[in-house]
Design a protein around this ligand. Sequence first.
Ligand SMILES: Nc1ncnc2c1ncn2[C@@H]1O[C@H](COP(=O)(O)OP(=O)(O)OP(=O)(O)O)[C@@H](O)[C@H]1O
Ligand SMILES: [Mg+2]
Length: 541
Amino acid sequence: MIIPPEHPDFWNPASFLPMLQIRTKSKGLQPFKLWDHQMILAAAVQAAYAQQKWLVHVKPRQEGSSTFFTGIAFQHAAFRTGCQVAIIGHKKKNAKSLAEIANRFYKSCPQSIRPRRHGKLQRTLEFPDIDSKLDVASVQDDEPLRGETVQVVLGTELSSWQEEGGDEVWASVLNAVPEDGGFFVAESTPKHHGDQLHMLCMASERPDSKWMKVFIPWTMVGEYRKPVPPKWRPSKIVQDYWDEYPMITPEQAFWMQVSGLQKCNRNVEKFKQEYPINEYDCWAMTGDSVYDQSILRRWLQDLDGGTGLGIETDPWVQFQEPDPKDKYVIFVDPASSWSERDHYGVVILNITTCEQAAEYLGHMSAYQMAQKLGQWGRQYNEAMIYVEANGVGESVLSHLVDNPNISYRRVFHRTPSRHGRSRSRTPGWWSSVKTKREAEGYMQQLIEDESVTIHSARSLRQLLTYRGQWAERSRDASGGHYDLATAWAGASWAYMNHRGSSWKRKKKDPKILAAEAFRRLQSRIDGLSSQPKNTPWGSHL
Ligand SMILES: Nc1ncnc2c1ncn2[C@@H]1O[C@H](COP(=O)(O)OP(=O)(O)OP(=O)(O)O)[C@@H](O)[C@H]1O
Ligand SMILES: [Mg+2]
């Protein structure tokens, strides 16, 4: 069926793409009938159009995303007026095959709607009647976009851009796309914690982000399963993986053993990256993270089934109305305290039930923040407010305490240092290496004995990938944003401070826990410095 450009469904990829043809692995040229998981990509594209967002897609290998998004890029070039489109591959060879896909799309596009093409260059599709053009380039080219403005960019295998094209290529490509009316799709299999793709994924979780993330676990790809022969027994590697992810089916486990693992030289760590099952394991290097991965992952699974959908995007999210019988604490991780971050992370914890009541992640002035805090504090039964007392935190504190419009009374004051001259208590929570380690230790304890209830998916995600920037400042430059994770550690500290010795479910000495957290952190930092820049994780079409 031919759907003309004026048809309301024309820009729905699920209607447009099946009019084109692809070269499939087994059957040669075929109409582009979308796979089930490609239908999810189609829905994501439509959502991005509607919300004027850009897409970042984290993918397993060979799921057909280059084909899918090349189709989208082709559609923009061939059916929009004055539209410059660029497809940028991470290698020259890869650019060539993307160009082949684009040419095949042009040739198979129904004659009745196909625009007139000028020239025959493989890497350029030029449509003079509508003044539009599609170019295919690679990050290895001298200047992939030659300073032009382009309306639509497809960047493939973003995780490899830095290795292949150097540091500036991402920024220069990004600058070529106008925020208004532009559309950017970045897709990639994950590689390193802290690489461009990972940073973009972290950025997509910020409330005001331009980016929308779509993650496809390998288990969603229909091709990645095989009928199980009778009497088959999983190998040890597969059995261990299966124990870790009990949701995989026997057909998937069998495929993993006979196909997936083979493609990764039987290396299960490599398999976890090339065929990610959820978005955190693919970044994590084992032993890296501060908090217990399996528990946090299970909680997240309970919240959203592991799809990554349903992440909170509003700055303020309330999970629990104030209960007049309960007590609350509020912990504030102020903007730009330990690094160049510009967001506040605020956690409101019900300390009677140890359950999250609300959270805030966003930007505002110190005065506005203090006003909000005063308001929330009063709403939550005169909650004790803990503000980390560095940098911006100090100005929030001074508004909170001294500004006559706010003058909130229940602000945490720290005891003066024994060596200091002053005897008076000072407002604010002081973040020394010792208190930060304590805070992380308490958080870990609350997670490990599962006594805390966290309702926010974005908080859980930050906790999962959190690698202890509190003790190592330089790392958060590459590791992304952890405003909520730090607020959570602070809230745990506040919780312990209030519950004190009456806290019954204590399993381990907090000092031991703090020491353990610090040890993990150390081994991670050591590990990172020796980590090679190039991983031999195969190449992508
Ligand atoms: N809907 C589909 N039906 C059948 N074959 C498809 C479909 N979509 C893609 N393919 C085929 O799957 C193969 C992989 O496609 P593609 O290169 O687009 O995937 P990819 O996810 O970008 O892979 P890589 O991880 O290597 O970058 C190609 O041979 C392509 O023609
Ligand atoms: Mg690809």
